[in-house]
Design a protein around this ligand. Structure first.
Ligand code: EPZ
Length: 418
């Protein structure tokens, strides 16, 4: 099985460029279904989750072409409305295709995505919102059989929690639905704004993206457009944490500093010096960071749950004891047992993780348990004395493009063994 081998205890220096955001390119690819013609997306990261999305689009009849970080999707030939179970199971966020498929085809058939490493990933908010918009959904034996009587119609939707995926699904269903759809308690993540900006370029009428109330007035037809995906704020947080854990000094390029304010605040609290420029940020870490008193993961603009594991890796060698409180996913701490094999001292009680900083970690063989937990293990290996082997790196390849190349560019001794 492919793994990453890291000879640790090396200070990272130099510069690294962040790729386009995985959590933006996935809904953007779904949105191309609505634009009858050739849409062009630039700054698309080369990730296995993106590959799965392209397979879903091709299964629907789209013609997809990737040239480096540019993806072209011609959706003029959409003829199918089903997503095979195998693809749904490989990527639970495929549910975000539902809104776009029913908006284009008025029917859709897909399996419920099921849970993932982070715990149960319910879709009740997605389904109840789409039902309010006139979608009939039969849920039998894990299959969602969906059809629209005549046309999706507007609705005033109040989300019980600001779900990112549900907000995206509603927007994708509403852009062609008759009338004014209002989403209250909408997710405010930058990826929502990016999706809205793409759809507005295609002719959609959307206001309020990035706030808690989003209004969408349905239009009859969207035209294809060209768009560049926003930078990946979680990847940026990961590379910044890599500097923090190795006492490094790195320049992270292609970032939107607005999107990482909560992460920067945290790193400054730990004693790192931060200089922010137009679309880059420089971090100069002390040899040993201070403990991070408390990190509460919250919806945007709070500290993002996905940045928790990389930051926790840094906290394992901090001077003092740090506390993390995970408020989004049940199994976010799945990776903790693995990082403890490197000598980390972490106590987990429900949503709380108390991290007692140790002087240094020691290399060991570990297995990635999920995407961000896997990244945390890599970061711990960068700091650990000796050699660390990280297995199950397919988790990491879902969300980081060639993480080993990027880290080698910063002076890490890391290689992929296939
Ligand atoms: C998106 O997942 C991201 N994924 C996640 O990133 C991210 O952690 C999450 O938003 C929170 O920011 C993509 O964008 C592809 P949610 P999503 O719906 O949309 C509950 C990564 O590592 N919920 O905002 O699934 C749910 O159980 C991934 O890149 C319901 O109860 O997140 C969770 O507790 C991991 N019912 C909370 O809401 C629903 O119908 C947040 O989920 C939907 C969600």
């Amino acid at each position: 099985m492919p793994s990453l081998v890291i000879n640790g205890n090396k200070r990272l220096t130099g510069k690294v460029e962040v790729d386009g955001a995985k959590n933006s390119v996935l809904p953007l690819l779904a949105a191309t279904i609505l634009c009858n013609g050739k849409s062009v997306l630039h700054n698309c990261p080369i990730l296995s989750d993106v590959d799965i999305s392209l397979k879903i689009l091709e299964g629907l009849g789209c013609v997809c072409k990737r040239e480096g970080h540019t993806i072209t999707v011609d959706s003029s030939g959409v003829f199918d409305c089903c997503i095979p179970e195998t693809l749904m199971r490989q990527m639970r966020s495929s549910i975000v295709f539902l809104g776009a498929i029913v908006s284009r085809c008025s029917i859709a058939k897909l399996s419920t995505p099921g849970g993932c490493e982070l715990g149960p990933r319910p879709i009740d908010l997605h389904l109840s919102a789409l039902r309010q918009m006139g979608l009939e959904i039969k849920e039998d034996f894990g299959i969602l059989d969906c059809k629209v009587k005549d046309r999706l119609h507007s609705a005033d939707i109040n989300l019980s929690m600001p779900s990112v995926g549900a907000t995206e699904n509603i927007i994708l269903a509403a852009v062609n639905a008759e009338g004014l759809t209002v989403i209250r308690n909408a997710a405010r993540e930058p990826e929502i704004v990016d999706l809205a900006n793409f759809l507005k370029k295609c002719g959609a009428k959307i206001s309020g993206a990035g706030t808690g109330v989003i209004e969408i007035t349905g239009v009859s037809q969207l035209k294809p457009c060209e768009h560049s995906v926003i930078p990946d704020r979680i990847a940026a947080a990961t590379y910044l944490s890599a500097a923090a854990i190795t006492g490094g000094d790195i320049l992270v390029e292609n970032v939107d500093n607005e999107h990482i304010i909560s992460i920067i605040n945290c790193l400054e609290q730990s004693g790192c010096r931060i200089n922010q420029y137009n679309n880059s940020v420089r971090i100069t870490a002390p040899e040993r960071i201070y403990r991070i008193e408390k990190i509460n993961t919250l919806v945007y603009p709070g500290f993002p749950t996905d940045a928790g594991p990389p930051m926790m890796a840094a906290a394992t060698v901090a001077d003092g004891t740090s506390m993390f409180i995970e408020n989004i996913f049940d199994n976010r701490y799945k990776f903790v047992d693995e990082i403890k094999r490197l000598g980390a001292k972490i106590k987990v009680a429900g949503r709380v993780a108390v991290v007692e900083g140790v002087k240094y970690l020691t290399g060991a063989a570990v297995e990635a348990t999920d995407l961000r937990g896997g990244a945390a293990l890599v970061l711990a290996g960068l700091a650990a004395h000796g050699t660390t082997t990280v297995g199950n790196i397919w988790h990491i390849d879902r969300g980081y493009e060639c993480i080993e190349n990027k880290l080698c560019g910063l002076g890490a001794e890391i290689s992929r063994i296939v």
